[in-house]
Design a protein. Structure first.
Length: 166
């Protein structure tokens, strides 16, 4: 989720840190140009992303990233060192539709072994984290079925060849 920079240097009990991405906002989406995600430090300037980014193209849960730390102690991601193999798919429910809540979207994809994180009640954006061993064809079919039925719209934020060819 997008958080204030005062949280960026916070360490939590299980040694998680915030790493921050800068990006160009998508048209029609909240106009943030940075997003902080929780990560596990791996030593030096590397960390593994622990949650699904909502607004960053080309980023996924489990990625190993390199960061630089600025004078205020904020860790800024400068590159993905190793992609996790997970795809990030952003699903925005259609207001008033039968799957208008983040929970309804998550329930639709959970049987496929796909995890999800919700942005907020006011903006029920769902970031799906599709593992490399997921039934990609079934996931894509469900996404397209939902678009055709008027349940949601979606964007592919981080995909690999298995997703592209499914």
């Amino acid at each position: 989720m997008v958080s204030s920079s005062s949280e960026s240097t916070a360490m939590v009990a299980d040694s998680k840190v915030k790493v921050w991405y800068r990006f160009v906002p998508r048209e029609g989406w909240p106009q943030f140009d940075q997003e902080g995600v929780w990560a596990t430090p791996l030593g030096g300037d590397l960390a593994q992303v622990d949650n699904v980014p909502f607004f960053v193209d080309g980023a996924a849960e489990g990625d190993i990233v390199r960061f630089i730390m600025d004078a205020e102690g904020v860790r800024w991601v400068v590159e993905c060192v190793q992609w996790s193999g997970r795809c990030t798919i952003l699903v925005l429910p259609v207001p008033g539709g039968p799957k208008a809540t983040a929970e309804a979207v998550h329930e639709a994809f959970a049987p496929l072994g796909i995890g999800a994180e919700a942005y907020s009640v006011d903006f029920p954006l769902v970031a799906l984290s599709v593992p490399p061993d997921a039934e990609v064809r079934a996931a894509k079919a469900l996404l397209n079925q939902g678009v055709a039925a008027g349940w949601w719209n979606y964007q592919e934020a981080c995909i690999g060849d298995a997703w592209r060819t499914a």
